[in-house]
Design a protein around this ligand. Structure first.
Ligand SMILES: C=C(O[C@@H]1C=C(C(=O)O)C=C[C@H]1O)C(=O)O
Ligand SMILES: [Mg+2]
Length: 452
């Protein structure tokens, strides 16, 4: 069937729902879809009256999704041990054989401490409605969860959700905010203290890397549309993942991150070591010189090498084959450049996405090495709650899944923008230079928000 315009697609899906025969559903989870003509996914999402509102765009893939509402919500607000999460995942996975069903969500950086309200330590949803783009093909989908509901009420809920969809409206134009205040946690004094603790020879011998981070809170008067902000960010760094989660109007987590946690296609796995940072040059020569210096620099090489080695070590027992690039490449973003090594693995049969998530996250690109002492140090000393910053966000799907590391991210609340930035502290790190690295990691988002 030819692609329909949005209003026709909604009528067509509604008709399909009305006619759907629930007599002997082969699968308790049902997905219906129609092809539609192109519509701007973020602008459409921003106009919808239903929550949650979720946006996802892959990095090297042509995958883009706007999802709204939910027909299943896995929300772990309080302490949850990872086995409990793994079990819930297994049970859910066993429910359906449909290859197209996706659960979108994320896990907090540290699932043993308090996270943000509404986001929790882990939260995944099967959306009610999805607008999916793959390349130039767009689809509108509706999901039904008939596991324990009576099927007629589920049918009605789906029809009602479709009826409440709004037409896409253009996003508001970007506006610069005037800052009423800025507050850094840890502040520069405490940052220096923390970096000095980590780089103390006795400490660094046992714990060669700790990724320390900072929360920067901007107080503002203006209202800011988080989806407009994400769309601007996407324009600056198109070679990054972009995603956003909004479970209620007043709290939205957005990220424009270059870092992949993993992408799995059947049993083929792609991941990477992304660590080591410098700025972009003002012209081509300066830019190339900075890149060469980054490649040669021992502190930055060490930051990256530790991540590469750790990922290879954790993947080895789960894989028939693991290969990692020996020589790093340079990954360029609008204001900074990183060292990057690709890693590919062929998974053993039966290894599932949740196992991969638990094995890989948090990598020493955002946590540290060894994992536990580094996590303890962060938990006890950093002085603020990371929540979903440096967590893992993405989607589970039987055939292929993808997760990104939620850095270069912001939590947007009324009157306040919370920005996050971290830096890998290794032997040779200096507090002042690492503080500047944090600032450099915020330049892109700050240049969108303020007159720099
Ligand atoms: C932790 C962050 O980034 C990580 C730290 C890097 C570094 O210290 O060089 C580079 C990329 C990421 O691995 C962040 O941006 O918040
Ligand atoms: Mg660094």
């Amino acid at each position: 069937m030819a692609a329909l315009i949005l209003s026709q697609a909604i009528s067509s899906l509604t008709d399909k729902l009305k006619q759907f025969n629930f007599q002997s559903p082969s699968d308790p989870i049902i997905q219906l879809s129609v092809s539609i003509k192109a519509i701007p996914a973020i602008a459409w999402l921003s106009a919808q009256p239903i929550y949650p509102r979720i946006y996802w765009k892959g990095r090297d893939t042509e995958e883009e999704v706007s999802a709204i509402g939910n027909c299943k919500d896995f929300f772990y607000e309080e302490a949850s041990d990872d086995n409990q999460l793994a079990m819930a995942y297994q049970e859910q996975r066993a429910l359906s054989n449909n290859q197209d069903i996706r659960y979108y969500g994320g896990v907090a950086f540290d699932r043993t401490t308090e996270s943000w309200p509404e986001f929790g330590r882990a939260r995944f949803v099967l959306p009610r409605i999805e607008l999916r783009r793959s390349g130039t093909e767009y689809k509108l989908l509706v999901n039904l969860n008939c596991e324990n509901q009576d099927t007629e009420s589920e049918r009605r809920n789906a029809i009602d959700s479709l009826a409440s969809l709004a037409a896409p409206k253009p996003l508001p134009p970007p506006n610069k905010v005037s800052l009423l205040g800025r507050n850094d946690r840890p502040d520069r004094y405490h940052w220096t203290e923390l970096v000095n603790k980590v780089t103390h020879p006795k400490f660094i011998k046992e714990t060669p890397k700790v990724v320390l981070s900072r929360l920067t809170q901007l107080e503002i008067n203006e209202e800011i549309n988080p989806w407009m902000l994400l769309a601007c960010w996407q324009g600056r760094n198109p070679n990054s993942f972009q995603f956003g989660f909004q479970f209620s109007p007043d709290s939205t987590f957005i990220s424009c991150t270059p870092e992949r946690l993993f992408r799995r296609r059947q049993r083929e796995l792609f991941t990477e070591a992304l660590a080591g940072t410098t700025t972009r040059g003002l012209n081509q020569e300066e830019d190339a010189l900075l890149a060469t210096q980054l490649m040669k620099d021992s502190k930055n090489s060490h930051e990256n090498q530790l991540v590469r080695q750790h990922i290879v070590d954790v993947l080895t027992p789960l894989s028939n084959y693991v290969g990692a690039e020996e020589t790093p490449k340079v990954f360029k973003l609008s204001h900074i450049q990183h060292l990057h090594r690709s890693i590919r693995a062929e998974l053993k049969p039966g290894v599932d996405d949740f196992q991969l998530l638990l094995a890989l996250h948090p990598t020493p690109a955002v946590g540290g090495l060894p994992k536990e002492p580094a996590m303890n140090f962060i938990r006890q000393r950093e002085g603020y709650n990371r929540g979903w910053y440096a967590g893992a966000c993405g989607y589970f799907n039987k055939y292929e899944s993808e997760f990104a590391v939620a850095i270069r991210s912001a939590l947007i609340e009324p009157g306040r923008i919370n920005l996050f930035a971290g830096a890998g502290i290794v032997s040779g790190s200096e507090a002042d230079a690492e503080w500047v690295e944090l600032e450099n990691k915020l330049t892109t988002i700050l240049s969108i928000l303020t007159e720099l």
